[in-house]
Design a protein around this ligand. Structure first.
Ligand code: CDP
Length: 211
């Protein structure tokens, strides 16, 4: 079984994906980490990477790169969004994601993938597609808490501005823009606790697998 979770920055996809994978004994791929790793590798090579540096970094990613330190900073997220708008970068990362879905590691019977284009491009045939959203304000608040827990600076107004800029860049890029697949179920988590989000998602999984 493939579960595709897409949605904007800090909507709660990651937390939900981990819980679904654990509950259903599926593998989990946070596809955002591949874009973040691409950005981090390019930033390490040069302070202000351009298209060529991002494309080069995406083609030379090593297995350990998505477990690097510092992938969760705002600077890396902003650069990841720039890298993610390049068709060459997306093409370089596509095969890995599709391979993960086709042959999940650890002999698992399926996988949960979270990102921006999983239901539309990476796994258009996924059995379950959920588009996870929340208001920009709620997402910025959650991202602030997350950054503070990681010991990073987080000023709400700035984080909100970053979240909005990244939404705009992800939604308006010509290749694989962030948008719900036509057969995705929308899940607005603005007023829900992580437990409630999980329960609602499990209900969607059950109804989709039954149908
Ligand atoms: O954690 P958060 O939701 O803030 O971001 P992420 O999922 O780690 O993704 C970082 C950036 O990578 C996004 O802003 C997108 O531009 C890009 N991305 C993408 O284009 N396609 C994906 N499947 C996943 C991430």
């Amino acid at each position: 079984m493939i579960i595709a979770l897409d949605g904007p920055a800090a909507a709660g996809k990651g937390t939900l994906a981990k819980r679904l994978a654990a509950a259903l004994d599926l593998a989990h791929l946070d596809s955002g980490l591949l874009y973040r790793a691409t950005a981090a590798v390019a930033l390490e090579r040069t302070v202000a990477p351009g298209d060529a540096e991002f494309i080069d970094a995406s083609g030379s990613l090593q297995p350990g790169d998505s477990a690097r330190n510092g992938l969760h900073s705002n600077a890396v997220a902003t650069a990841a969004s720039k890298a993610a708008a390049l068709p060459e970068v997306r093409a370089a990362l596509l095969a890995f994601q599709q391979n993960f879905a086709r042959t999940p590691p650890g002999g698992k019977a399926g996988a949960v993938l979270d990102g921006r284009d999983i239901g539309t491009v990476v796994c258009p045939d996924a059995a379950v597609k959920i588009f996870v959203t929340a208001s920009a304000e709620v997402r910025a608040k959650r991202r602030c808490l997350e950054l503070q827990e990681r010991g990073e600076d987080a000023i709400y107004q700035r984080v909100l501005q970053h979240v909005r800029e990244r939404d705009r860049s992800d939604e308006t890029r010509p290749v694989a823009p962030l948008k719900p697949a036509s057969d995705a179920v929308l899940l607005d988590t603005s007023a829900l606790t992580p437990d409630e989000v999980f329960e609602k998602a499990m209900a969607i999984v059950r109804s989709r697998s039954a149908g």
